[in-house]
Design a protein around this ligand. Structure first.
Ligand SMILES: [Zn+2]
Length: 140
C-alpha cells in the first residue's frame, strides 16, 4: 500500500507533458527533458519555460506548462538550435525567435492542410487538380 501511494506521489511529481522524447533538428537528435524548474540565467527575473543546450543536444521544457504552450516552447527551442547550428544565433533577437515560434505554431495549427502537406508532401495530402495546365506540362 505504501508502494502504491509512493508511486502515486511519484506519478504526480513526474507528470509528463505530451512531448516527444527526442527531436531531430538539422540532422542532430536532441534529447527532450521535462524538468521541474529552469534557472533564469538572464537575470531579468523572467519565468523560463524552456532552454536548449546545443553542445549537449538537449532541450529542457518546464513540465508544469500548459501542453499547448509547451509544444510552442519546444518549437521555440528548436528555432534556437537551428540558429546556433547556422552560426547566426547572435544575429537574431529573442523577440524574433519568440515571434517565429508562436507564428509558425499558429500557422501550422490553424492550417492543417499546410502542416500535412509539409510533413507528407503535397501530392500525398492535397487533392490537387491541375486541369488542362497539367496536361500541357506533361505533353511538353
Ligand atoms: Zn528563446
Amino acid at each position: 500500500m505504501n508502494k502504491c501511494r509512493r508511486q502515486k506521489r511519484l506519478g504526480q511529481k513526474q507528470k509528463r507533458l505530451p512531448l516527444p522524447d527526442r527531436l531531430r533538428v538539422g540532422g542532430v537528435t536532441y534529447r527532450v527533458e521535462q524538468v521541474k524548474r529552469l534557472e533564469d540565467w538572464t537575470g531579468e527575473g523572467d519565468l523560463v519555460l524552456g532552454e536548449v543546450e546545443h553542445s549537449q543536444a538537449t532541450i529542457r521544457i518546464r513540465r508544469d506548462s500548459d501542453p499547448d504552450v509547451a509544444l510552442t516552447v519546444l518549437l521555440h527551442e528548436a528555432l534556437h538550435a537551428i540558429l546556433v547550428q547556422a552560426y547566426c544565433h547572435d544575429e537574431c533577437s529573442e523577440r524574433a525567435v519568440t515571434a517565429l515560434g508562436y507564428g509558425i505554431a499558429g500557422l501550422l495549427r490553424d492550417n492543417r492542410e499546410l502542416a500535412e502537406g509539409l510533413v507528407w508532401g503535397a501530392t500525398q495530402t492535397l487533392d490537387l487538380d491541375f486541369g488542362d495546365a497539367g496536361e500541357e506540362v506533361a505533353e511538353a
